[in-house]
Design a protein around this ligand. Sequence first.
Ligand code: GLN
Length: 198
Amino acid sequence: MKVGVLALQGDVREHISALIACGINPVEVRRPSELEDVDALVIPGGESTTIAQLSEIFDLYQPIKNRIDAGMPVYGSCAGMILLADSILDAKQGQKTFGGLDITVRRNAFGRQVDSFETDIAFADGSDQLTRAVFIRAPWVEKVGSGIEILATVDSHPVAVRSKTLFATSFHPELTADHRIHRYFIEEVARPALEKVK
Ligand code: GLN
């Protein structure tokens, strides 16, 4: 499976390392030809407004939307979650997303940079071990549409959700040594979706 990391802004290197730890040989995606070459994509944490703007400048905005519509598996962490959401609250004026996940997210819902925090959360992948979750100016999910599965919550706010092919977390598993969330994306979201296409 060829997995790309959208490498326009944000913590690209950390996602690359986490994917390598999961046995994947990821590639950085900055051009349409590189996007065409991958089976699945990770959208990193960073700044969602900047990533959206850069994706237009790099001629990736519409191609990413098209691939999402065509069923490409995508994982978005934090800013990546915002970019996968169909609708955003507290968005910057004119802020665009790629969309595809039938959720409404609230940007910076947990507060500003100084309100960043880490906590252990339960993640519904069948394990009863908690996972360390790092929240940095993180969004939460305020509304989910039908067909969206909630995989983790903090104070009853969903912070990990998925549809058939799209997966998003408010937190940053790429900043911890625990690669369970990336492994979940590869084994439980991307692989089954790609096997179906074959
Ligand atoms: N608040 C940022 C945004 O709106 C996301 C922060 C992050 O990815 N750590 O894009």
